[in-house]
Design a protein. Structure first.
Ligand SMILES: N[C@@H](CCC(=O)N[C@@H](CS)C(=O)NCC(=O)O)C(=O)O
Length: 217
């Protein structure tokens, strides 16, 4: 049995699960995975068997359990310093933590109007009140990071980091809802889509049998 297990929800719909899973993949550690489908009669009971908050993702490492995607990222960064989950430079690291927390606690209009649904293609849908303002803020973050910190690779801080794990579901949403982006943000969206672990997750999402009608706009 692997030392590491991650409990996630449906790959097609669970943006938070994708964040934790991408962070774990970045460490290179072998891990086991438990997938619990959302919105089923037994979902809550199944999640509570693992997660005291009733939410996923949840990471298990021996006797240690960690939930909340940012806390998972912090724990993995401590356990695997070589994975580069946070940038080396203190200023860049502070910026990465700020934008990751901003992602974790904001952008409610986008979340509500553009639920993650990796398999779907909903051109023109999801542009509810406040969404364009949030898209503008997200694009400004992406442009700033790419221009100031991203010279050594295609991601926000060059190499793939926790900040990319946090914004990867947004890249997925912008794809599903055909959001028009500036050139720099569009290139970043494509870099996320081309990231091999993202593709692995997406391939699994496409094979899932579950459909959640409320996320099928
Ligand atoms: N703040 C949490 C959010 C986790 C969250 O909301 N997860 C959703 C799945 S995307 C969940 O577990 N929902 C449980 C349910 O709908 O029953 C984190 O960062 O991990």
């Amino acid at each position: 049995m692997a030392d590491w297990t991650i409990v996630v929800a449906n790959k097609n719909y669970s943006s938070w699960s994708l964040r934790g899973w991408l962070a774990l993949k970045q460490t290179g550690a072998a891990f086991e995975e438990i997938v619990i489908p959302l919105d089923e009669p037994t979902t809550r009971e199944q999640i509570l068997r693992h997660s005291p908050s009733g939410k996923l993702p949840l990471l298990k490492h021996g006797e240690t359990t960690v939930w909340e995607s940012l806390a998972i990222g912090e724990y993995l960064a401590e356990q695997f310093p070589q994975a580069g989950l946070w940038p080396q430079d203190a200023g860049a690291r502070a910026y990465a933590r700020s934008i990751s927390t901003e992602m974790a606690t904001n952008f409610m209009a986008t979340r509500q109007n553009m639920p993650m649904n990796m398999r779907a293609s909903h051109a023109g849908k999801g542009m509810g009140a406040g969404v364009q303002d949030e898209i503008n803020r997200i694009s400004a973050i992406w442009r700033h990071c790419r221009e100031r910190f991203g010279k050594d690779g295609p991601f926000l801080f060059g190499a793939f980091s926790m900040a990319d794990a946090m914004y990867a579901p947004v890249a997925s949403r912008f794809t599903t809802y055909h959001v028009k982006l500036d050139e720099v943000s569009e290139a970043y969206r494509q870099a996320i889509l081309a990231h091999p672990p993202y593709q692995e997750w997406f391939a699994a999402a496409k094979k899932e049998p579950w459909i959640i009608p409320k996320y099928e706009l």
